[in-house]
Design a protein around this ligand. Structure first.
Ligand code: SF4
Ligand code: SF4
Length: 320
């Protein structure tokens, strides 16, 4: 894979500072039932990295001490981390909102037959990637048969009450463009998804999050290989909108890796750009326990334009 970090460090992106922490996003490990070609963490069934019991305890202590209201779980397939269910139950018992970034196909994996019931019982919010409403594009990006499985999984979640009026069980879907373009208008695409999935399969979801591709990891490497990196950066920079700076997710979120190291966002985690804290080279949860990060400067680089281009982009979709 071609490294993109050296191409991003020399930046004129405006300085940012943190506000009060609202969410802790955690990558629980790289084990996954799928092995998508575009996967940004190269997750798959043969990976073994997974958050330890000790780090889970530290994470729960950090969330409690920080006052963060949301715990946002990613992976790999976060559900395959051995301590996933215990983590969810304890966070929910403490009144924390829990989001599971679910690949949908995990719901049909052997041993996960009761996962949909567990998520519904715990009132976990689900955010699931469905990069298109057509079978051809989903299977091309995520593997043969993934579209059909995803549709069955959404139906299973709908049957448990997800995205059903009045249930309070939230199911959101994620779209990202296939190539080096900005996502289309979120509202219009959401309406198209709802109409087509509803008419074709009778399934429903709450919101569609459109997320821009970042010029990093596999996608960035592909751009470099094809000679498109500078063109895509020009698109991001020329589409920058100052008003999006207010809502970028790093102002109110920290991102934690499976070993417990802390970053300003998931993208910085992937690039290995550490959060600034008292000059530490690489702060860990145990260094930050009880420490207020409000007003801390955020580590920025040129990839940050991916968050502020056009309608803006975050793990919760467009910022506009
Ligand atoms: S489902 Fe997600 S985490 Fe798993 S391999 Fe695919 S992109 Fe990676
Ligand atoms: S890439 Fe990360 S640090 Fe940069 S603006 Fe986006 S969320 Fe903030």
């Amino acid at each position: 894979m071609r490294a993109t970090l050296p191409l991003l460090l020399d930046t004129d992106f405006p300085p940012l500072r943190r506000r009060q922490l609202e969410a802790v996003q955690v990558n629980l490990g790289y084990v996954c039932n799928q092995a998508c070609l575009h996967c940004h963490v190269n997750a798959g069934p043969t990976r073994t990295e997974s958050m330890s019991r000790e780090t889970i305890e530290l994470l729960l202590a950090y969330v409690a001490a920080s006052g963060a209201e949301t715990l946002d779980l990613t992976g790999g397939a976060p559900e395959l981390t051995p301590h996933f269910r215990d983590l969810v139950m304890r966070a929910r018992a403490a009144g924390v909102r829990v989001i599971d970034r679910c690949n949908l196909t995990i719901l049909e994996e052997p041993g996960q037959e009761d996962l949909a019931d567990f998520l519904a019982d715990q009132r976990v919010e689900i955010v699931a990637s469905l990069p298109c409403y057509t079978e051809e594009l989903v299977d091309r990006q995520r593997g043969k048969g993934v579209y059909e499985k995803s549709i069955r999984a959404i139906r299973m979640l709908n049957d448990r009450g997800y995205a059903r009026q009045g249930s309070g069980l939230v199911l959101n879907l994620v779209y990202n463009p296939q190539g080096p373009t900005l996502p289309p208008a979120q509202e219009k695409l959401e309406a198209d998804y709802k109409r087509i999935l509803g008419e074709s399969f009778g399934i429903s979801f709450d919101s569609l999050f459109t997320i821009a591709n970042m010029p990093i990891q596999r996608f960035g490497s592909m751009l470099v290989t094809k000679g498109l990196f500078n063109k895509y950066m020009l698109l991001l920079r020329s589409s920058h909108r100052d008003e999006n700076l207010e809502g970028v997710m790093c102002r109110t979120l920290v991102s934690v890796d499976w070993k417990g190291y802390v970053y300003d966002c998931d993208f910085n985690q992937m690039l290995g750009i550490a959060l600034h804290a008292d000059g530490r080279v690489r702060p860990h949860l145990k260094d930050l326990l009880g420490r207020d990060l409000e007003d801390n400067p955020i580590a920025i680089a040129d990839h940050c334009y991916g968050c502020t281009a056009g309608q803006g982009s975050s793990c919760g979709g467009s910022l506009a």
